[in-house]
Ligand binder design. Sequence first.
Ligand SMILES: [Zn+2]
Length: 107
Amino acid sequence: MQPIGGTWFVSVNNSYHTVDIRRWYSKPCIGSPLKPTAVGIALTYPNWNKLKNAAVRVETEIPALVAISPCWHDSQIDLMFCDECSPYHKAAEAAENSNTSDNADEH
Ligand SMILES: [Zn+2]
């Protein structure tokens, strides 16, 4: 499974001969595994190839797309709090805050 930005991932399923482009989510618990959402599409290998060819055509026909660049971060901390590069940081923070408030209730 490869991240392609934010909460989107691409994975290959050799059993069904599909390439899955899908949004995944994480529950706000530390160590919670990623789970797939219903938002996405499973493409057959021929359709995947058509999509790749279409992407090349879009790049050549819309030169302005060259101006789009990946994220740039001044520091590791900036990267950790970027919604595109670390899409689940808010879930981790929520879990951490709930643990902190749990501890506060015990006192
Ligand atoms: Zn980023």
